[in-house]
Design a protein around this ligand. Sequence first.
Ligand code: GTQ
Length: 350
Amino acid sequence: MSAALSNDATTQLKALYAEMEPRSLYPLWEVLAALVTPKPRSPAQAHRWTYADARDYLLRAGDLISAAQAERRVLIMENPGLPGSSSVTSSLYAGLQLILPGEIAPCHRHAQCALRFVMEGEGAFTAVDGEKAVMRPFDLVLTPGWQWHDHGNTSSQPMIWLDGLDIPTVMHFDASFAEHLPQSAHPETVPPGDTAMRYGRNMRPMRGTPTDRRAGRQPLFHYPYAEWRESLDYLTRSGEPDPHFGYALEFTNPADGGAVMPTISAHVRHLPGGFSSRPRLSTDGTIFVVVEGSGTAQVDGKDIPLRERDTVVVPSWRELVLKADSDLVLFGYSDRTAQEKLGLFREHRG
Ligand code: GTQ
C-alpha cells in the first residue's frame, strides 16, 4: 500500500479485513508489492555442499538401511533458504544417491523427470524401460517422466550419483503420479546401447514403423562423459571462449533439438585456468557440480569455493562471476527450458 490513509480509514479497514477473513477474502493492496516484485526475490540461498562431507554421511546411511528398504537411498540437498521443502531451488530438487555392490533400487515410474550425474564408481547401471545404461564417472543419464527405471550395482564398488529432479515443479502443478513394478527389476528388453544406435546418430527409425520403439518419448537417455568431454575439449581448441560462459555445450533431446527434458535443461562448461567470467544474472536458479579443477563462484560479491565433486546452487537473479584457478569443468542443470516455454526466462549479461 503506497498512499497514507487516515487513522479512521485504517481502523475501519482493519475491521473489514477481520470480517472478510473467515470467508477467505483478503485485500490485495496489503500484499501486492510482495507478490508482483519488480525483479525476482528468491528466498533460496547460494550454497555449497562439500562432496567428502556428504559422502561420509551417505556411506553411514548405507550401513543402516538398504537400497531396497529405502526404495531410493538418497541424501537430499535442501536449500537452507527453503527449509522443509526438499528443494534446492524453488522448482528443482537435488540429492546424492548411493547404491552398494549387489543392491537394486526397485523399479518404479513417476511423473517427475530425473537426471543422474555420476559422482563416483563405475559399472552400476540405471535401466530405463528395460535398457541398461552402464554408468561411469560424470556420465549424464536421464529418466524422463513416466519411464520405468531401476538402478543396480553389479560392480564391487559403491556407486554415488547426483539426482536432479523437477519434484517441486510437479508439486506446484499438483500433477504427481507414481507406480511400482511388481518385480524389483524391469525385464531386460534390449541390450545396452540400443537407444544410442537407434536415436543417437542424427538419425531415427522411420516414424510409424515397429523399430521406432521409443517413439514419442525423449529417446536418448545416456550422455557419456567420454563423449561430452571430448567435444568440450575440441571446442576449447577451436575458438574464443564466451565472456559469460567460457566454452559451453548444452545437452539436447535429438527428437526436437530442445532441452533434455520438458522441465530441465543441462549443460557443461569449461573455463580455462585464469579465466574470469563477466557477471551474469538469469532467472533460472542453477545447480552446478564441479567435474574438474578449482576456482570460485562469486555470487552477489560473496565467494564460494569450487572444488572437485562439490555441488553449488546459485538461485535466480543473483549476479554470478565464475573464476577458474585451474582448468575448471562444470556440469549444471536448471529449469531454463520450463521458463522459456512459459515466456518467463530472462538474463542480464553484465
Ligand atoms: O531414482 O527414482 O533422488 O524417484 C528422488 C526420487 C531419486 C529415483 C530421488 C526418485 C529418485
